[in-house]
Design a protein around this ligand. Structure first.
Ligand code: SAM
Ligand code: SF4
Length: 448
């Protein structure tokens, strides 16, 4: 979601005549797009601001803006930081160029956030967000031929640990035609893969007259766009609602990638209840079985939080058990981080010591790594199709085998990362790679 917002802001600033620079030292304006999901992310922003304050000592005209969830959460408090000139929440990013111009011209701080974040957005605000969203037609700068498209904003789920409903506001599904027009426009400019975004994207629901559109309808309609080749969606919430329809759409539509990100968060029913997640571990595993029955070869990824308040060793072992049974392709594992004003923070003591959180995190990662390794090994000797993202950031293969070509990185439809040597010009194109070596998170091979 943040990557998309960053792309939208870059696009708006370019249209307003700004140009990007890689160095904060050279910039007239520095914007930090922020995340509030865990405390660590916010601490990093504070440390960046400290660095910028330093730069501003010799360049006092430089404008620094904090945008996104942390801006919404902390509001005016952020303006007290010596480095900060602009504070702009996620719903106000359509105003970003105006805020920058104001600050540059009037040399005074500006703030734009939503006062009452849980109220429904007004028609004017929705229109501004829609216009801003659909004006975006540039490709993602980092990854050619790929783009994110928002299907939904906000969240109404109120998982007790989560800050998102308090910084991104109520859940709203965008109009199907607005989404499709945007995808068509992106496909016309060379985008081959879109990822539909929502905090619970599988709950997408839009009623127009007699018809209610769900995610399966969006997938079907997007599949009809000829130039588009792959369609993904993240993140899904474990729920029966629309689940089978979506799985059947995945199975029937060749353009829809067979990849499902379905965070479980815990394997203990007691903890799931305390998290306000509306399923049990058994319900969750039933959904996985259904997904694997309907969509052949589907790859599934999960999220877990370890050290949630009250998590005993038995609760943690239930999580380990779930991870073993789920056989994820990969898992994102987080140490519980109390977020101000969430229900868990207000009502439950953060009673799992940090060293226990750390050791549970390490243990769960090790369990998952073994499973990922076994699943990756199944690709040895096979040929896979990847969408090439560009140059690999770190060297992986023996450069003596490179034929003078650099190392590229690509992703399969099932979200496996594949590293191979090939011409840089392949970035943004599809390629077939024969897998010759595997590791838990990466496949290696030769360009066919
Ligand atoms: N909407 C998605 C969902 O329901 O799973 C993802 C939302 S959140 C931005 C991404 C992940 O961060 C969650 O799946 C959860 O594992 C983790 N997370 C959220 N709040 C957290 C917290 N307070 N402490 C640690 N991890 C957290
Ligand atoms: Fe947060 Fe839960 Fe909403 Fe995901 S579904 S964004 S974890 S409240």
């Amino acid at each position: 979601m943040n990557k998309l917002d960053t792309t939208l802001v870059i696009s708006a600033l370019k249209q307003a005549g700004f140009a990007l620079t890689d160095s904060a030292k050279e910039a007239d304006v520095v914007l930090i797009n922020t995340c509030s999901v865990r405390e660590h992310a916010e601490q990093r922003v504070i440390s960046h601001l400290g660095h910028l304050k330093h730069i501003k000592e010799s360049r006092p005209d430089m404008v620094v803006g904090v945008i996104g969830c942390m801006a919404q959460r902390l509001g005016a408090e952020l303006l007290e930081h010596e480095a900060v000139d602009i504070v702009c929440g996620p719903a106000q990013i359509p105003q970003i160029t105006k805020l920058i111009t104001q600050t540059l011209n009037q040399k005074k701080q500006t703030i734009a956030i939503t006062e009452k974040i849980r109220r429904k957005t007004t028609q004017n605000e929705s229109r501004a967000l829609e216009d801003f969203e659909s004006a975006y037609d540039v490709e993602d700068r980092q990854i050619p031929a790929q783009a994110y498209v928002r299907a939904m904003r906000g969240c109404d789920n109120f998982c007790t640990y989560c800050i998102v409903p308090y910084v991104r506001g109520p859940e709203v599904s965008r109009r199907p035609n607005a989404i499709l027009d945007q995808i068509r426009k992106l496909a016309d400019t060379g985008v081959r893969q879109v990822t539909l975004l929502g905090q619970r994207v599988n709950a997408y629901k839009y009623t127009s007259g007699e018809k209610t559109y769900c995610l399966a309808d969006l997938l079907r309609m997007a599949s009809g766009i000829e130039a588009l080749e792959w369609i993904r969606f993240v993140t899904s919430y474990p729920s029966e609602e629309f689940f089978e329809e979506i799985l059947h759409a995945m199975a029937d539509l060749p353009k829809v990638c067979n990849y499902l990100h379905l965070p479980a968060q815990s394997g203990s029913d007691k903890i799931l209840r305390a998290m306000n997640r509306h399923y049990t571990a058994e319900d969750y595993l039933r959904l996985l079985t259904k997904a694997r029955d309907i969509v052949q070869g589907i790859a599934i990824a999960g999220d877990f939080i370890v050290g949630f308040p009250g998590e005993t060793q038995d609760d943690f072992e239930a999580t380990v058990d779930l991870v073993k049974k789920a056989r994820y392709k990969n898992c994102f594992i987080f140490k519980y981080s109390p977020r101000p004003d969430t229900t868990a923070d207000k009502r439950l003591a953060d009673d799992v010591p940090l060293d226990v959180k750390k050791s549970r995190n390490t243990e769960l990662l090790a369990v998952q790594e073994k499973i990922s390794d076994e699943l990756s090994a199944g690709f040895l000797g096979k040929e896979v199709k990847v969408l090439v993202e560009g140059l690999s950031k770190k060297p992986h293969l023996d450069s003596a085998q490179s034929d003078g070509n650099p190392q590229l990185i690509g992703r399969t439809a099932t979200d496996y990362i594949v590293v191979f040597n090939g011409p840089k010009s392949l970035a943004g194109q599809f390629a077939n790679v024969k897998i010759t070596k595997t590791s838990p998170l990466t496949l290696f091979g030769w360009l066919m």
